[in-house]
Design a protein around this ligand. Structure first.
Ligand code: SAH
Ligand code: SF4
Length: 479
């Protein structure tokens, strides 16, 4: 049996794509191996969002090819269509595979050297999200609701690498989630570049006719992201529901209110600000102003924080803990963000506004990236005029603020009992998991009396928080 090994660089979407790729390979008789130096087929799923992510493959791929000469190397993901990347790695890569083509994976290397061909399925061409994935986790799953982006933020390569937005039909998404819940998955994360642009049509049953005039008169129902969230929330089962990413310009009141109504939806919103200065935001083509962003966060906090019911219905079993809204403590909504430092128009004065925004919002988490110019993007035509040293300095300033506000937020958890989804062990004698607000929680296994350690992974438990750090909480399991 031929073996495969997939290396994934980049975002959740890439991780999810790799799961579909793995599903496709296994349907065709390949077996996974963790050893890239022994695999027959190595797929590198690449990321082109930042130069640093791109640079990783230039050492990695030649290194693998040297150490494992018999392996066939396939490059997919965001860099698969870049001619300069192709030129640079032509001696090491056997096939260049656009991710949307993985359904029709049928290459000469397989014909020549491997025992089978993938079945071409013309009907499903470019509809690779229909592939049944092989999920990495047995209790938490990314479920893509679409692919691509229409926003063209001036720094971002995603619209070029992934193309325009295409959304999955609602029935496909519901079927995938139902299947996961049947398998006892505890966390479903709906992902797309901008979930709030989601649109799907449910055909009106009256439209089943050939008469053109009748089709004109009977409208199909349009489902937006809030409707979709409600439908997924309606699936019977004990699971948490998350989604990302929300573009601030598209986060609607309807969605915030839907989050309140849906008891499975976790109170965590990832809302990339990118910068805290109106002029920088305008040159990034983000289409909102800082005042809009601050108002939006205020609205999210006031609507979500005020309406979480507090109940004290502690259950008997550690495994049957209350759902996310019935937590013993009214946990504040967690606000997380992405920020870029050193964008071409970011002067010191403008950067100071980003630091100000961070102090004002008090983010729970922020992913801070140093700007790098990306081919084809509008910003690549601007002069990348903030030095690497200065970008690093700005990143450190923001990190310092983040550590402070995240710690401040985490201290509110002290003494509270939290529902935690256990993910694994952090180090020996400690379990690691997350709260509905996506806070990392560690707790020692010594307090777990049955000694059957494995049975905690993928389960909900109650943990009393006794220690707060900037990026994590520690506590003890309670019965
Ligand atoms: N769709 C999401 C995220 C897309 S890319 C959104 O709209 O926010 C993930 C993150 O990478 C971005 O939020 C941004 O912070 C960062 N990023 C994108 N292009 C970048 C670039 N050229 N340089 C540095 N960071 C970048
Ligand atoms: Fe990139 Fe902007 Fe689209 Fe996000 S919304 S993927 S940052 S272009």
């Amino acid at each position: 049996m031929k073996t495969y090994h997939i290396i994934t660089i980049g975002c959740q979407m890439n991780k999810s794509d790799s799961e579909r790729l793995a599903g496709r390979l296994e349907q065709n008789g390949y077996k996974k191996t963790d050893n890239k130096y022994q695999a027959d087929l190595i797929v590198v799923n690449t990321c082109g969002v930042r130069q640093s992510a791109e640079d990783r493959i230039y050492g990695l791929i030649p290194g693998i090819k040297k150490a494992n000469q018999k392996a066939k190397i396939v490059l997919t993901g965001c860099l698969a269509a870049r001619q300069d990347v192709k030129n640079r790695l032509k001696d090491y890569v056997d096939e260049w595979l656009p991710i949307s083509e993985i359904f029709n994976f049928q290459f000469s290397i397989f014909k020549q050297t491997l025992i089978f061909n993938f079945q071409a399925n013309a009907k499903c061409k470019n509809d690779y999200l229909k592939i049944i994935p092989k999920y990495e986790s047995e209790f938490s799953a990314f479920v893509p609701i679409g692919n691509g982006c229409n926003n063209f933020c001036s720094y971002c390569v995603v619209p070029y690498a992934r193309g325009r937005e295409v959304y999955r039909p609602v029935e496909d998404i519901l079927a995938e989630v139902k299947e996961l819940v049947k398998k006892n998955y505890k966390e479903i994360i709906l992902i797309a570049q901008n979930v709030n642009s989601y649109k799907s049509q449910i055909p009106n049953p009256n439209n089943q006719t050939n008469s053109k005039s009748q089709i004109k008169n009977s409208k199909n129902k349009i489902i937006d992201f809030s409707d979709l969230l409600k439908m997924v929330n309606g699936i019977q089962g004990d699971f948490w529901l998350r989604f990302m990413t929300s573009h601030p310009k598209d986060m609607s009141d309807k969605l915030i209110e839907t989050m309140v109504d849906c008891e499975k939806v976790c109170h965590q919103v990832h809302l990339p600000a990118q910068a805290g200065d109106d002029e920088v935001l305008a040159s990034m083509n983000r289409k909102y102003k800082i005042a809009d962003y601050v108002e939006l966060v205020g609205k999210i906090r006031s609507i979500l924080n005020d309406q979480i019911p507090i109940t004290n219905n502690q259950t008997n079993s550690k495994f049957q803990v209350p759902n996310s809204k019935q937590s013993l403590w009214k946990q504040p909504v967690s606000i997380t963000t992405d920020l870029i430092v050193g964008f071409p128009t970011e002067t010191k004065r403008r950067f100071a506004n980003t630091a100000k925004l961070m102090r004002q919002i008090k983010f729970d988490m922020a992913y801070i990236a140093k700007y790098s110019a990306r081919p084809e993007t509008a910003a690549a035509k601007m002069q990348d005029n903030v030095s690497t040293v200065e970008k690093k300095r700005r990143e450190q300033i923001l990190m310092k603020i983040l550590r402070k506000t995240a710690l401040e937020n985490n201290k509110k958890y002290l003494g509270k009992i939290m529902k935690v989804l256990v993910e694994g062990e952090s180090k020996s004698e400690e379990w690691a998991g997350r709260t509905a607000t996506n806070k990392n929680v560690k707790f020692p296994s010594a307090s777990w009396r049955t000694n059957d350690k494995n049975n905690l992974i993928g389960k909900f438990v109650n943990v009393k928080i006794i220690k707060a750090q900037d990026f994590g909480l520690a506590g003890e399991l309670i019965s």
